[in-house]
Design a protein around this ligand. Structure first.
Ligand code: SAH
Length: 546
């Protein structure tokens, strides 16, 4: 299970939170900024934080009124999908209320927490109350065959029928079941393929692995082989392949299709498909090793709402996070089991190589950039490191670049649509390119009447470059050309300013500013409520008839 997040709103809950943390040492205490001293993580917005944790599938223990938690998560509850456990615990530890995630083990958590606090959990699930366990939520390593059939089965049991247990179900030893070898109802645990009968609760142990090689239609062939052996595909725990074949798309497709992880080991010329069954459910983490993963992600400008869901999911699953400290902090909170490797902003190639070294060991690594990772950020550095490397294990890493909302686009959206027609994106930093090429590009892009977006416009070590750049632009644009300055867009204290080329001076700009300069067609008009809209029309030359 993922370690839960303990969320508190004030110092009054800290003692209770610490008692709960003793039960789950990996759980982090998330405290409201300026209200809580000594939390493991600080958040500023309760609603956004809770929703983000929920969407990442992190179990939530909120030390506040149940109603607050319900109202906060309500907008997300209609989205179907795996639901993490969510509990409300009274600030003083006097009540433990499981709210959501019955199949995610919420009642188990509630009982554990209640035991630690010396109170009774407010369990309301009838099956759970009667049997002391959720029959529809077998422990890790087991899979229920059919949830709907299962619900009927549980209501029959609740109606008072007795049950017999077939196969090994050690977790039911403690359950309050009315057992009878002659019973009509049966709980059946086994890896044989069978059609669940209406009077049985069929549970598959995940105790089978298949050794295989890449090849066409692999998933289909694995299914057929399991079927021929009379083994249920639900009992398959993982596929095991030779580590030389780590990057094989056929293996990857088969693992997705079968819904089981791929593991790798040095196998001496493996046979095509070999089925092996164990007596007990397998701990997949002990079979071979996984293919390492390296994701270069873009956080967007800063606000959680502007981070793409694929990036959120990647942050939730990764084992290691690398990046400039500010961005790593922005990407958090992280669990105690996730390793953070913070480095100075300038050590980009070193960071890229470190990321590959970790991923080649089988870890799941994330390299963070702000905005989009492919825009003056880490993605190109990571690819450069891979291109230069002759290490075959780096080539085997599952490398993916996940996009983000770049600062120019986030700023443009707030101003209207200044980049609504052709535009040009430039970094004014001459750290990695000669200033002469920057001047040449500025000259040609301005001449071509492209709207311009300047990244890295100015810094303490580059004080004069922006002034010179504006002189070049002014050779081709009028003083009335609209200019948008976005500072810390999507972050606390953001500012947006609309001005003109004639009025723009370098002292209005710093390294946290995005500079957008309009083309000859860019217009400005007042917006209701104050300020202006800025846009560049879609057409050029003569306005088309509409
Ligand atoms: N990969 C980033 C850009 C990194 S270069 C992206 O796609 O956005 C760093 C420059 O981006 C800064 O000097 C600034 O010009 C701009 N920038 C980054 N975040 C910003 C923000 N939130 N608001 C305004 N400008 C920002």
């Amino acid at each position: 299970m993922t370690a839960p997040a303990i969320v508190i709103l004030g110092n009054g809950s800290l003692a209770t939170a610490r008692s709960i943390q003793q039960v789950y040492p990996d759980a982090l205490i998330h405290g409201l900024a300026e209200r809580v001293d000594g939390a493991d993580r600080v958040y500023s917005e309760f609603g956004a934080t809770l929703r983000q944790l929920y969407q990442q599938g992190t179990p939530i223990i909120a030390l506040c009124a149940a109603g607050i938690v319900i109202r906060t998560l309500a907008p997300l509850l209609l989205e179907k999908g795996a639901e993490p456990a969510v509990l409300a615990v009274a600030e003083d530890g006097s009540a433990v209320v499981p709210l959501l995630g019955g199949l995610g083990g919420v009642n188990v958590l509630a009982r554990e927490i209640a035991a630690a606090l010396g109170v009774a959990a407010a369990i309301t699930t009838s099956g759970e109350l009667r049997f002391g366990t959720c029959l529809l939520n077998p422990p890790k390593g087991y899979q229920l065959a059919d949830l709907e059939l299962g619900k009927r089965f549980v209501s029959d049991l609740l109606a008072g029928e007795s049950v017999r247990i077939e196969g090994a179900a050690p977790w039911l030893d403690q359950a309050n079941l009315l057992e009878d070898q002659q019973a009509n109802l049966a709980i059946h645990v086994g890896n044989r393929e069978r059609v669940p009968a209406p009077n049985e609760l069929l549970i598959y142990p995940k105790n089978v692995w298949v050794t295989c090689r890449p090849g066409a239609q692999l998933a289909l062939r694995v299914r057929e082989a399991l079927h021929d052996a009379g083994i249920a595909v639900q009992s398959l725990a993982c596929l095991l392949a030779n580590d030389q074949d780590m990057a094989s798309p056929e293996l990857h497709e088969a693992s997705l299709d079968l819904g089981v992880p791929l593991r790798f080991a040095a196998l001496a010329d493996a046979d095509d498909i070999v089925i092996t069954a164990a007596d007990e459910p397998l701990d997949v983490s002990l079979i071979g090793r996984p293919r390492g993963r390296l994701a270069v992600i873009g956080l967007g400008p800063g606000a959680a709402e502007l981070m793409v869901p694929a990036v959120k999911a990647e942050l939730a699953r990764c084992t290691d996070v690398l990046g400039y400290e500010t961005y790593v902090r922005m990407a958090g909170p992280f669990r105690a089991d996730q390793v953070q490797h913070c480095t100075d902003n300038r050590e980009e190639m070193q960071r890229a190589r470190h990321a590959f070294e970790l991923a080649a060991q089988g870890r799941s690594v994330v390299v963070v950039s702000s905005g989009d990772p492919g825009v003056f950020a880490m993605a190109a550095a990571v690819l450069e490191a891979l291109h230069e490397s002759s290490d075959p294990t780096w080539q085997q890493v599952d490398l993916e670049i996940l996009p983000g909302v770049s600062a120019s686009l986030a700023t443009a959206a707030q101003a209207g649509a200044p980049l609504g027609h052709d535009f040009c994106v430039m970094s004014l930093s001459d750290n990695l390119k000669p200033w002469s090429i920057i001047e040449k590009r500025l000259d040609l892009a301005s001449q071509a009447d492209l709207a311009l977006a300047f990244y890295n416009p100015i810094s303490r070590s580059r004080p004069w470059q922006l002034g010179r750049a504006l002189e070049i632009v002014a050779l081709h644009r009028t003083a009335e050309t609209p200019v948008v300055l976005g500072r810390d867009i999507g972050r606390p204290g953001q500012t947006l300013r609309v001005t003109t080329l004639g009025q723009l001076t370098p002292d209005q700009v710093d390294m946290r500013t995005m500079v957008l300069i309009g083309s000859s067609t860019t217009c400005v008009f007042p917006r209701a409520g104050g300020g202006e809209w800025v846009y560049t029309p879609r057409w050029y030359g003569e306005k088309p008839a509409s």
